[in-house]
Design a protein around this ligand. Structure first.
Ligand code: NAP
Length: 247
C-alpha cells in the first residue's frame, strides 16, 4: 500500500503458519508490504513469502525469536537500517504457544515459556515499533489473545494468564495512544484449525461450540484486516471474540 508516496508496512509476528500466515496473506492482498516474522520454520516461511509474491503482493521475511529482547532489538534495528525512513504502520502481535497441563503438575519452564512468548514479546516489540507511529500520528496494533484469556480454561493457567494480561495491556495502551490516532485492539479466537489445535479431538470439542465447528484462520484474518483499516479508526481498546459463539 502506498499512501502519500510512502509504502505502508505491516509486521506480523508468527506469520509463517496458522493464523499469522492467514493475516500476512490477507494484509498483502489489502496492499500492505508485509514483514513476516517467524522463529525457526524456514520452509513454511518461504512458502508464505512465495505465495504472496506470486499473487503480486509485497513481502519479506524477518526471522527472530520473540522471546528474546536482544533478538527483537537486533532485528528491529537491522530492518530500520535496511528501510531508511520507513516504519511499521501496522503491528500484529500474533506469535504464540501453549504448554497445557493442570497447574499442580505444571513445570516452571512451561509457565515461563508461555509468558515469554505470548506476553513479554508484546512488551519488548511494541515498545520499539510504537515510537515512529507516535511521531506519524497514525498506527494500528492488534494483539492476538484467546478466548482462554477471556473465560479461563482448565489446563491452561499459564496460557489463560498470559492472554488475559494481553487484554489488560491492550486496554491500557489504547488509552495512552488514543490521542495520537493509534488504535490498539485485541482479537480473541476460540478454536481455530491450525497446527496449534491439530492434535485436539475436534469431533468432541465442536459439541461445545454453538456454531458446531472450528473457525478458519482466514476468518480471523478478515477481522484483523478490518481493525487495521482506516474505517476502524474509532475502535480502540476492545477485545473482539471470534469463537463461533463461545464466550
Ligand atoms: P501455530 O499454527 O502454532 O503457529 C505459531 C506461529 O508462531 C508460527 O509462525 C511460529 O513460527 C510462530 N512462533 C512461535 N514461537 C515463536 C517465537 N518464539 N518467535 C517467533 N515466532 C514464533 O499457532 P496459531 O494457532 O496460528 O496461533 C497464532 C496465535 O493465535 C497465537 O498467539 C495463539 O495463542 C492464538 N490463538 C490460537 C487459537 C487456535 O485455536 N489456533 C485460538 C486462540 C488463540 P515457526 O513456524 O518458526 O515455528
Amino acid at each position: 500500500m502506498v499512501v502519500n508516496n510512502k509504502v505502508r508496512y505491516a509486521l506480523v509476528t508468527g506469520g509463517s503458519r496458522g493464523i499469522g500466515r492467514a493475516i500476512a496473506e490477507r494484509l498483502a492482498r489489502d496492499g500492505y508490504s508485509v514483514v513476516i516474522n517467524y522463529k525457526s520454520n524456514d520452509t513454511a516461511a518461504q512458502e508464505v513469502l512465495q505465495k504472496i509474491l506470486q499473487e503480486g503482493g509485497q513481502a519479506e521475511l524477518l526471522k527472530f525469536d520473540v522471546t528474546s529482547p536482544t533478538a527483537i532489538q537486533e532485528a528491529y534495528t537491522s530492518w530500520c537500517a535496511a528501510h531508511e525512513g520507513a516504519h511499521f504502520d501496522v503491528l500484529i502481535n500474533n506469535a504464540g504457544i501453549r504448554r497445557d497441563g493442570l497447574m499442580v503438575f505444571m513445570e516452571d519452564q512451561d509457565w515461563a515459556d508461555v509468558m515469554r512468548t505470548n506476553l513479554d514479546s508484546f512488551f519488548y516489540l511494541t515498545k520499539l515499533v510504537v515510537n515512529p507511529m507516535i511521531r506519524a500520528r497514525r498506527g494500528r496494533i492488534v494483539n492476538i489473545t484467546s478466548i482462554s484469556g477471556v473465560t479461563g480454561l482448565p489446563g491452561q493457567v499459564n496460557y489463560s494468564s498470559a492472554k488475559a494480561a494481553l487484554i489488560g495491556a491492550t486496554k491500557a495502551l489504547s488509552k495512552e495512544l488514543a490521542a495520537r490516532k493509534i488504535t490498539v485492539n485485541a482479537v480473541a479466537p476460540g478454536f481455530i484449525a491450525t497446527d496449534m489445535t491439530a492434535e485436539l479431538d475436534e469431533s468432541e470439542l465442536k459439541k461445545t461450540i454453538p456454531m458446531g465447528r472450528f473457525g478458519q484462520p482466514e476468518e480471523v484474518a478478515a477481522l484483523v484486516s478490518f481493525l487495521v483499516s482506516d474505517e476502524a479508526a474509532y475502535i480502540t481498546g476492545q477485545t473482539i471474540n471470534i469463537a463461533g459463539g463461545i464466550g
